[in-house]
Design a protein around this ligand. Structure first.
Ligand code: NZQ
Ligand code: ZN
Length: 392
């Protein structure tokens, strides 16, 4: 068990009647706000008007960055940072899913950078010592970006998608109203739910290292919560209880609490980021396709006990099954959950992906972590390529 320091600096306003606090949270940083959002969902659900009314009430001057794309691009980040510098923006407000919040974290850092290309920061070529403050209004339960300090930015010119941890990037406040997720499509709900589960799998649960039993148990409870409520939200998007449980599970899966003192390579995320870098697919869907195949690939006498435990404690697999049989039943049940219950397509070929880039993607997936991915087992580029092939 490792020593650890736990701190999460994001203040969360959760529930139906919290937006009235937006003005007070923003105005503590100044009057000029950059409002960033995606392709228009916030206007369709009426949230844009509500936010603008709160900003007007607080006397804020608003500059807008619409059109943040899924898998946000560094060129969009550059546009937002340029607005911040030109207009003297004091605080950035992200309204949307993980892509919008991620783009805003990179904008907030690039606004403090002497250069104008955010890729310098995202690629590690340059650094900044501070970021503008960020406030978020979450509209899609998935990434945990609403309560963590990381972001993932794409460079479509070079087919790169990099994780980046700007200084002090946790949102200063996040507004989590489950009603804002009622309109998330069944497909995005399913993909987002797979992402929440994958954060727990990748960051801590599927590991060969020891960890605190309490944390393992909480990880299982959060996983069970997703297994219970994702199918409800897929069928009935306006179910408040289901949306609330998914939203809070999203935040807690990646806010640090579930993996205190624990560091390992996030193997399925590393493999998936190459898929979305090259093919611009939905992050959570890629994870759903990869995860059961990866588990099958690494299944052996050493990994089987944890996989079997997952099956028993999270998916209700019969505990009396022999070790290997129980572990295989767990993987089969996870596939059933993603591909039948949640209705996600099960193969990369369903998403128009062939094997032409597998070798280069496999090499890149391992390139950030010393040429290998070390978590449940250690895998190398040839293993990653084999796992991609299992997903075809
Ligand atoms: O762009 P708009 O019009 O808003 O539509 C979005 C988008 O098309 C739509 N949407 C969002 N809220 C909605 C809604 N549609 C209807 N009603 C609503 N209330 O959903 C689509 C997907 O949105 P996006 O923000 O891309 O999804 P998500 O939240 O899954 O974010 C994915 C991005 O986050 C990164 C991923 O790699 C990907 O780039 N990640 C960020 C992490 C982090 N910061 O810690 C960790 C994750 O592992 C992940 O890598
Ligand atoms: Zn993720």
């Amino acid at each position: 068990m490792n020593d650890f320091v736990f701190q999460n600096t994001t203040k969360v306003y959760f529930g139906k009647n919290q937006l009235g606090h937006l003005g007070e949270e923003l105005s503590r940083f100044g009057r000029n706000v950059l409002l960033a959002y995606g392709g228009g969902s916030i206007k369709r659900i009426g949230l844009y008007d509500k936010v603008m009314a709160e900003l007007a009430k607080a006397g804020m001057t608003v500059f807008e960055l619409p059109g943040v794309e899924p898998n946000p691009r560094h060129t969009t980040v550059n546009k937002g940072a340029a607005i911040c510098k030109k207009e003297g923006v004091d605080v950035v407000l992200a309204v949307g899913g993980g892509s919008t919040i991620d783009a805003c974290k990179a904008i907030a850092a690039t606004a403090k950078y002497d250069g104008d290309d955010s890729w310098d920061l995202v690629s590690g070529k340059a650094s900044v010592s501070e970021s503008l403050p960020l406030v978020a209004i979450l509209t899609l339960a998935a990434t945990g970006s609403e309560m963590d300090g990381g972001c993932v930015i794409s460079n479509v010119e070079t087919n790169e998608k990099n994780g980046y941890f700007p200084p002090d990037a946790n949102p200063r406040a996040s507004f989590l109203d489950p009603q804002n997720t009622f309109t998330v499509s069944a497909y995005q709900t399913a993909s987002g739910s797979a992402d929440i589960m994958s954060h727990i799998f990748d960051v801590a649960y599927f590991s060969r290292k020891d960890q605190m039993d309490m944390l393992l148990r909480v990880q299982e409870e959060v996983l069970k919560t997703v297994v219970k409520y994702a199918p409800v939200a897929v069928k009935d998007g306006s179910n408040y209880e289901a949306r609330a449980n998914l939203m809070w599970a999203s935040s807690w899966a990646l806010n640090g609490f579930l993996y205190e003192g624990f560091i390992q390579d996030t193997v399925c995320h590393s493999m998936e980021h190459e898929l979305s870098a090259f093919y611009n697919i939905t992050h959570g869907h890629g994870l759903a396709i990869l995860t059961p195949r990866w588990l099958s690939y690494v299944l052996d006498e050493n990994t089987a006990p944890r996989i079997k435990r997952f099956g028993e404690n999270v998916l209700g697999i019969d505990p009396s099954l022999p070790l290997m049989e129980g572990a295989k039943a767990a993987i089969a049940a996870l596939e059933k959950f993603f591909f039948e219950t949640l209705g996600l397509k099960s193969r990369l070929s369903d998403l128009g992906i062939d094997d032409s880039k597998f070798a280069v993607m496999a090499k890149k997936a391992c390139s950030f972590t010393g040429g290998k991915l070390d978590s449940f087992t250690v895998i190398q580029p040839n293993d990653v390529e084999a796992i991609y092939r299992m997903c075809l």
